[in-house]
Design a protein. Sequence first.
Length: 431
Amino acid sequence: MGFTLHAKGTTVNKKRLDSWKGIAAFLGRSLRTVQRWHECNGLPVHHFGGHKGSVFAYEEEIDQWLASLSAEPAAEQARAEETLESSKRSSNDLTMTANGMWDTRSERNIHTIADLYRKAIADDSRNSAAYAGLANAMIFCALNDLMDGSMAYPSAVEALRRMPQPDSEHLDAKCPAAWIEMLYNRNWCQARAGFEEILGKRPTSFALAGMAAVHVAEGSIRKALECAWEAWRLNPLVSSLGAFLCWAVYLNGDFRHVQDLIAQIRSGGGDGGLISVVEALVLIQSGSVSGSLIRLEKVASDFPQNHTLQGILGYAYGTVGEKTKALNVYTHLAHCSGTNRKSNGYALAIVSMGLGNNLEAIAWLEAAYTEGTLWSLGFRSDPILKPLAGDLRLVRLVNKIGVRTSYRVETEFQRPASLSFLENVLVAENP
């Protein structure tokens, strides 16, 4: 049946379909299907005399409805693509913000940096730069005792694993990969090769610090000093790089210069748990430990979550005869290590030495090596370990570190190398 509609002087003929049966025949579907389409999908069906009256529909309206259905998937795809592009833009913006913060990374902002990278990955699971940045952040947290290595290193490994395969060979991914090889896999040659490749193409402060760590592991402290200095000079706003330089000077045994260097770095606003650990290590070996006890208690209280600092304080208590306090520190660290999987091997080794338990100290050093702590890289040269130098267990342990194949106990704690290249730039000579 036809129907003539008059609107503003025009005449439109519409073919009308009367009854559900007629509508179903036009669509080529069952009566029940057509009624369901009307109820659930908005099939344009009209009623005479209200909802209970007989039904009718117009062929033209049904054709338009069918056309809209066919266009809907394309519209949905367009919306999905727009959403995806928006997420990618958001991911890139988050990554750029995190990268900017990484350039001035510190113990205070590293958790924000890691969170930004995680959000970027949530917005775009194929954002390779965010995965590489997150891996770097996890390694930084482990190096600075902000996160336990048993959690930080596997997180970094997983971040690199999830990178799209072509990008996993990108230079930005090679730096965290080299750190992981050194600290987690203990693959010294692979770590050195990774850092050397980066430094040969595009030196970064984090890669230079990694190369300095390789030299520390090998016992080449002079080379470690040069790399640590270059790393700090490349990015002097990162206080942990200054702390790393101080640690290299400490391993060289030049305690007076370490104190001068720490003072200068702090004068520029650089501070944190890492540099406080180096200061504490120097204090217990230069001058009277009892005279430094107040300062050691102060730095330990400033960073209560830094278990290495707590271990050094425990060592000091033990050496000045305050055995009960030293044992309390030991018990606390051992409890944290057992219940929280906290990597406290180096801290517990130092407390054990303060209590005179050298055999137990070596056992904890072996644990620290397994944990992959930064401090384990320095076992070959660490002045605080000098009383243990003749023990064959320590010899075997040190032989695992770095690419050197032999460990000569009698030459490990030799006279410090010259620091002239630092003296002329950073370290003020005291007459």
